[in-house]
Write a protein that binds this ligand. Structure first.
Ligand code: SF4
Ligand code: SF4
Length: 283
């Protein structure tokens, strides 16, 4: 069973929800797929984490064989080739390792090498088996790291995936195929606008979705009305509070730092599991 936690933009509380729901669960696996800026490990502080370097294939052109026909460049949807009548070069950073350019090259001039793009780290913190991806500085895409994180065999009955914010390729890679997507949104005009992009993406992916409202009490009731109109279930609300901000800034978990927030996340976790069992989540 896999729950993807998403938000329209960074700073909405997606990681807070992922971490504290995970702590409220019994045995759980938490994947931090926000590979450009993972921070779950800072809050969970797993002891002696393991690290695996991740590499991806990229094309190398044999200049002796290449006739500069341009077929590789026409095929590659990621524009990873520059081709002219006298020269063809590849740009490894743009390659998504699909293998297609080798197949279309009439001269068998393309082979592949491996370049490292980042790491997957793993550790345990109480009830949580944590895995997080970390993209190397200067790399453009963490999709392959996310793919590898999600393809690993589950280590607990429930997996919670903290997805990258927004609606990028990385977010799609992290959320596609999840049993339930939880969108974390703020009840403000910007929060609603960002949330709607995620809703459209999840509809396209056909992932069932529900909402958790963070910083409840800010703004007005437009978010509630919108969810009612669109039949998006609201699983619960986390009230706007200076205490929550202070706990977060100290690097502590809300669930552990306050009885009030422990109850909030215990109730949210119960609502999430009930929604999954209900099996009638809105799509
Ligand atoms: S498809 Fe092959 S031969 Fe044609 S430009 Fe690309 S590498 Fe060269
Ligand atoms: S492997 Fe795929 S993505 Fe990479 S350069 Fe070739 S066609 Fe483009």
């Amino acid at each position: 069973m896999e729950i993807a936690v998403l938000s329209g933009k960074g700073g909405t509380g997606k990681t807070t929800v992922s971490l504290n729901l995970a702590r409220a669960a019994e045995k759980v696996e938490l994947l931090d797929c926000d590979v450009e800026e993972p921070n779950s490990h800072i809050f969970l502080n797993p002891k002696t984490p393991s690290e695996e370097r991740i590499g991806v294939e990229y094309p190398i052109i044999d200049k002796k064989k290449c006739i500069n026909c341009g077929a590789c460049g026409r095929f590659c949807r990621f524009n990873a080739f520059i081709s002219s009548p006298s020269l063809t070069i590849s740009m490894p950073e743009l390659c998504h390792s699909c293998g297609g350019c080798e197949m279309v090259c009439p001269e068998k001039a393309i082979s592949y090498d491996i370049r490292e793009i980042g790491s997957i780290l793993k550790g345990t913190s109480k009830n949580i088996n944590l895995s997080w991806g970390l993209l190397d500085v200067g790399q453009l895409s963490g999709v392959k790291i996310i793919e590898k994180l999600r393809k690993a065999p589950p280590t607990a009955p429930l997996r919670i995936t903290d997805c990258p914010p927004g609606t990028s390729c990385s977010t799609v890679e992290a959320a596609e195929g999840a049993n339930l997507a939880i969108i974390v949104a703020e009840p403000t005009p910007f929060g609603i606008s960002d949330m709607l992009m995620v809703v459209e993406m999840l509809q396209t992916l056909k992932v069932p979705m529900a909402l958790i409202i963070n910083k409840a009490g800010l703004g007005d009731d437009k978010l509630h009305k919108l969810c009612e109109e669109r039949n998006i279930p609201i699983l619960g609300e986390i009230p706007f509070s200076r205490e929550a901000a202070a706990i977060y800034a100290r690097g502590d978990l809300l669930y552990e730092a306050s009885d009030e927030f422990r109850k909030t996340f215990t109730d949210l976790y119960a609502a999430v599991t009930a929604k999954i069992q209900e099996g009638t989540v809105w799509q």
